[in-house]
Structure formats: structure tokens, C-alpha cells
Design a protein. Structure first.
Length: 178
């Protein structure tokens, strides 16, 4: 998973003094609000990288027709206990086969890392008080999962032995240390 350093991120929002600008000139790596995207999508140059900041209370189906044109969809967690963005990411990957970057932003905590990865996120902007080292450790905490996910929808028992954890007994007992 890629961790975003906001000071060096190539993606940039376009806003004015009073919030997001309504009229804008297309520029590569623009990260637009959903309203901005709806305003410029018909005139956006083909092949120019563009991303959308997508609110967690909107239906991801609104973007379905635009996904081939988008390089990034940033899904927002307004609270860490609000999991609607997990469902949005899963739909982007599983139903719509979105191949671009799916980024988590907002109240993103270290504890969320394994589920973020399993539901289709491939980049995160951690909340300012969260440790990058702890987040990387969280991604390695579990050696595998019984259930399927967006990378492999098959549950553990449905995978051929060559694709299963090397030692199933170790896999089962590793969770005992939690």
C-alpha cells in the first residue's frame, strides 16, 4: 500500500478563497470535487490525469461511466467509525473493475489498514497523529484470511493447496497472539 505524503503529493485540489472553484482550467493531476468533475467532464482532455474526491454518502454508481477517464478516486472517511467508503472501494474494484488508484483520506487510522487493503484501497493519507511505522506493521500483522477479498474472492478452503498458507496449522494459531 502506498502512503501519501501530502507535502509531496503530485495531486492537487483546485480551490479559491471561498472553497472549490466552479470554473477551472484543466491541468494534469487535478483532484476535483464531484461537483467540479460534473462541471468539466465533457470538456476534460482525453488522456489528461484527473482524480475525483468522492463523498462517502454518494452512490458510487454516479462515477461508473466516468471511471475509464479517471486515474484516482479519493474516498473520504469523515469519521473512523463510518465504513461506507469501504463499500465504495469494494464496488469500484469488484463490480466496476476500476484499475486506477483508490485512496483513503480523512479519519484514517492504523487499525484500518488491513481492511482498507482487503476492500480495494491501494493508497492512504493517514490522519496526522498516526504512525507510518505502525501502519506498515498493521499491513503485515495477519499472514492471511479465511474469507475472500477484492484481490482473490475465493475463501481459503476453495484455493488450491499451492496457493494456501505454507503451514495451515501455523496460519490458524498465529491469530492466537492477538
Amino acid at each position: 500500500m502506498k502512503f501519501i505524503d501530502t507535502t509531496r503529493d503530485r495531486w492537487h485540489t483546485i480551490s479559491g478563497e471561498d472553497g472549490p472553484m466552479v470554473t477551472l482550467t484543466p491541468a494534469p493531476y487535478s483532484l476535483l470535487t464531484l461537483a467540479q468533475w460534473h462541471g468539466v467532464r465533457s470538456a476534460w482532455p482525453a488522456g489528461m490525469p484527473v482524480g475525483v474526491l468522492f463523498p462517502n454518502d454518494a452512490d458510487i454508481e454516479e462515477l461508473a461511466d466516468d471511471l475509464p477517464r479517471l486515474s484516482l478516486v479519493a474516498l473520504h472517511f469523515p469519521k473512523w467509525v463510518d465504513g461506507r467508503a469501504y463499500s465504495q472501494a469494494h464496488l469500484l474494484r469488484a463490480r466496476y473493475r476500476f484499475g486506477g488508484e483508490v485512496r483513503a483520506s480523512g479519519e484514517v487510522l492504523v487499525d484500518m489498514m488491513p481492511l482498507l487493503q482487503r476492500t480495494g484501497f491501494d493508497a492512504v493519507t493517514l490522519r496526522a497523529d498516526q504512525s507510518l511505522d505502525a501502519a506498515e506493521r498493521a499491513l503485515r500483522f495477519f499472514p492471511g484470511h479465511y474469507q475472500g477479498d477484492v484481490r482473490d474472492p475465493r475463501p481459503l478452503f476453495a484455493r488450491p493447496p499451492a496457493e494456501q498458507h505454507n503451514n495451515v496449522a501455523d496460519f490458524v494459531s498465529e491469530g492466537a497472539a492477538i
